[in-house]
Design a binder for this molecule. Structure first.
Ligand SMILES: *[C@@H]1O[C@H](CO)[C@@H](O)[C@H](O)[C@H]1NC(C)=O
Ligand SMILES: *[C@@H]1O[C@H](CO)[C@@H](O)[C@H](O)[C@H]1NC(C)=O
Length: 476
């Protein structure tokens, strides 16, 4: 996810009135109704129905308080740097004032469009849509990662379409979807190849034929949405095949917790069990797919609940000194390893969502666990810079006073902790979550902002004399 997406969470986190804003509520209801026709309707032979006509107007009419204004200014500061030094390329390198272009898909423009719309930034929205219409080629002779391209470009085009109704966005999403489908059709199993050439359709998995579990199972929301909007169920069926495959082979030995590598014959490889890198959004998409299909596919819910129970039993532990609860990992030897990636903070938000959809009555309190995780993610940010490290380790020895230490102390300005506090604030109305988000925002402004435009990663969150890393903030 991109920094600009992170800023969108900040903005929402800082708007106390929004939950009660009837206009906003109507917008979401309308959106949900319009985009979720009868799924799983086996009698009709398709899970999809023809494209609904969408014409949504942005509902946010500009910032109303100082914090919101600061967040919108931060978006504009990032946009300004990108426009000056990287326009049309994938990403700005703010320190060296240059760019990277590995996908040739204008990642930053497509990925930021929905944030610009939600922030009510008409000029930036116009610039983005004009560029997509006139200059975005979704069939470049480039091999791209299926997962990254799906969540950032396909997802960006589709969310932009939902928010603006601009037909060109759906048109390009469909062409891109067709190009990406080759990653599935060139595979012998329902698990897609990890990379695909968008022009020739050749597909391969460069890492010894392996894909990450999360890569194969974090495509379905986007492809299902494309199926709904185009009225063509192929997109949904093909992508959903990967989820169905994982469900069928199951991960029973570890109570629904899966290893993080899978080969393109569809076999899981024995690895550590983690909720962090390479596994994380498998769990998130179980829940969100269940919601997207109007709670009609029971096994999505059941697999999700089974994994939450196992996470609670196997991975959820306390540090020795202050009993901070966190989610660790299990090594292939079976030994518990008290390491938590920053990425794992996403799970607090997922648990709030499951709580709000009534999934924690029989299975233990999901909101309570979400609060504990939101808390530990905040603790990870209690550093001299006010930013959290990429990976935290927890002390399990009573002899030590310290709860958290880190061997990977850089920060890529990832959004997961902010997102967690955003969900928690919405669910509890507890203003401490707004304050935590605001502190993180101020830290980014202080240490990551590059005067000439954009924001950079940080070398070491424990050192006040920060060294900026001349890469941008993109991070899956
Ligand atoms: C399935 O589709 C048919 C034909 O459109 C419709 O009559 C029926 O009510 C639908 N069933 C469900 C369960 O949505
Ligand atoms: C649905 O999309 C697939 C993939 O592009 C295509 O092969 C198929 O012909 C389409 N089906 C219809 C009915 O348009």
């Amino acid at each position: 996810m991109h920094l600009i997406v992170l800023l969108c969470f900040f903005l929402n986190l800082l708007d106390p009135a929004e939950v009660l804003n009837p206009k906003r509520k109507r917008f979401f209801q309308k959106n949900v109704e319009a985009t979720t026709p009868a799924f799983a309707n086996e009698t009709a032979g398709t899970r999809c129905s023809p494209a609904p006509k969408l014409r949504f107007q942005p509902v946010f009419e500009g910032p109303t308080n100082d914090r919101q204004k600061a967040v919108v200014r931060a978006f504009q500061h990032a946009w300004m740097g990108y426009k000056k030094y990287a326009w049309g390329h994938d990403e700005l390198k703010p320190v060296s004032k240059s760019y990277e272009n590995p996908f040739e898909l204008g990642l930053t423009i497509v990925d930021s469009l929905d944030t610009a719309v939600i922030m009510g930034l008409k000029t930036e929205t116009r610039e983005a849509i004009d560029w997509i219409r006139d200059s975005l080629d979704v069939s470049p002779d480039r091999s791209v990662n299926l997962f990254e391209t799906t969540i950032r470009v396909l997802g960006g085009l589709l969310s932009g379409y939902h928010l603006t109704g601009e037909a060109i966005l759906l048109k390009k999403a469909k062409i891109l979807g067709d190009n990406l489908l080759f990653a599935f059709t060139k595979s012998k199993s329902p698990i897609p190849k990890s990379d695909v050439n968008l022009q020739s359709g050749s597909a391969f998995s460069p890492n010894q034929g392996l894909s990450s579990l999360s890569e194969a199972t974090t495509l379905q929301l986007e492809f299902r949405d494309l199926a709904i909007l185009t009225g063509n169920s192929t997109y949904e069926n093909v992508a959903f095949g990967a989820s169905e495959h994982i469900h069928k082979i199951g991960c029973k030995q570890t109570g629904g917790l899966c290893p993080y590598f899978i080969d393109d014959n569809g076999n899981l490889k024995s690895t550590d069990i983690t909720l962090g890198a390479r596994a994380d959004s498998y769990y998130e998409y179980l829940l969100k797919q269940w919601l997207q299909t109007k709670k009609s596919i029971d096994w999505l819910r059941d697999d999700f609940l089974e994994s939450v129970n196992s996470i609670r039993e196997i991975l959820y532990r306390s540090s020795a000194s202050s009993s901070l609860k966190f989610i660790g990992e299990v090594q292939t030897s079976g030994e518990f390893y008290p390491k938590m990636d920053h990425l794992v903070c996403f799970f607090a938000g997922t648990l709030v969502l499951s709580h709000q959809n009534g999934l924690d009555t029989k299975q233990g309190d999901h909101l309570e666990m979400a609060k504990q995780l939101g808390h530990v993610c905040h603790k990870m940010y209690e550093n001299p810079t006010g930013l959290g490290p990429e990976i935290a380790h927890f002390n399990m020895e009573t002899s030590s006073e310290e709860d958290i230490y880190s061997l990977d102390s850089h920060s890529l300005l990832r959004p997961e902790a902010i997102e967690a506090w955003f969900y928690l604030y919405r669910a509890t109305n507890d203003k401490k979550y707004q304050e935590w988000g605001w502190s993180a925002f101020e830290a980014i402004e202080k240490y990551a902002k590059v005067e000439t435009g954009g924001y950079s990663s940080i070398d070491n969150v424990f050192k006040i004399k920060v060294k900026r890393r001349s890469i941008d903030t993109s991070a899956g």
